[in-house]
Design a protein around this ligand. Structure first.
Ligand code: AMP
Length: 214
């Protein structure tokens, strides 16, 4: 089963995608993670997108569609794909549809995670992640352990994303409402869109996702 997790920054797409990877052996395709990896490894593309990402704007459709194409060309994922943070524009959605047909794949569910702006701002400005395993922490609700080590993997590499600040977040939210939220109508019209309440606890959200994937 191939699914899209659709939602604004901070909706919990990455957290839920990681759970699905662990529990169902699905493959997470996060364009945000791929772009950050390109930056860390210092590729030309990574350098090109750095400023755009830090500002909170979207990188070009060509770049992210190329990244997804490369991944899909590696071969079929037995457990299915989770598209996380992709597509983000109507052009990307069209391109994904075409790519899936080309690869003989289907799109089975588009899951919209709804979270109001106030909660998103709280989550993002308090967010840190483990640089090693990707576990997500929140200064208020799930602080980084006092012994300095990630509770999941023991790494001491607590990181904060350069774009997790109030100014970039404004731009990212604006980009979401302007360029990405039209996809809700797009998938409502053409696919099996399910909307879930992303404000509940991580386990409750995971249960809702399970229900709509059943
Ligand atoms: P994310 O980790 O999904 O929040 O993405 C972080 C940043 O990467 C975004 O703010 C964009 O600058 C860029 N990005 C990630 N995915 C896409 C996409 N599908 N289209 C355009 N830009 C993207």
């Amino acid at each position: 089963m191939n699914i899209i997790l659709l939602g604004p920054p901070g909706a919990g797409k990455g957290t839920q995608a990681r759970k699905l990877v662990e529990e169902r052996g699905m493959m997470q395709l996060s364009t945000g993670d791929m772009l950050r990896a390109a930056r860390t490894s210092g590729t030309e593309m990574g350098k090109k997108v750095a400023d755009v990402m830090d500002r909170g704007d979207l990188v070009t459709d060509e770049i992210v569609i190329g990244l997804i194409r490369e991944q899909l060309e590696l071969g079929h994922a037995e457990g299915g794909y989770i598209f996380d943070g992709f597509p983000r524009t109507l052009k990307q959605a069209d391109a994904l549809g075409e790519l899936l047909v080309e690869m003989g794949e289907t799109l089975d569910r588009v899951i919209e995670m709804q979270v109001d702006d106030e909660a998103l701002i709280q989550r993002i400005t308090a967010r840190s992640t483990c640089g090693s395993c990707g576990e997500v922490y929140n200064d208020d609700t799930k602080p980084w352990p006092a012994d300095g080590k990630c509770a999941n993997c023991g790494s001491t590499d607590q990181t904060r994303r350069a774009d997790d600040n109030a100014e970039s977040l404004n731009t990212r939210l604006f980009a979401y409402y302007k360029q990405t939220s039209p996809l809700i109508g797009y998938y409502h019209a053409s696919r099996d869109l399910a909307s879930i309440d992303g404000l509940q606890s991580m386990d409750e959200v995971a249960q809702q996702i399970k229900d709509v994937m059943a």
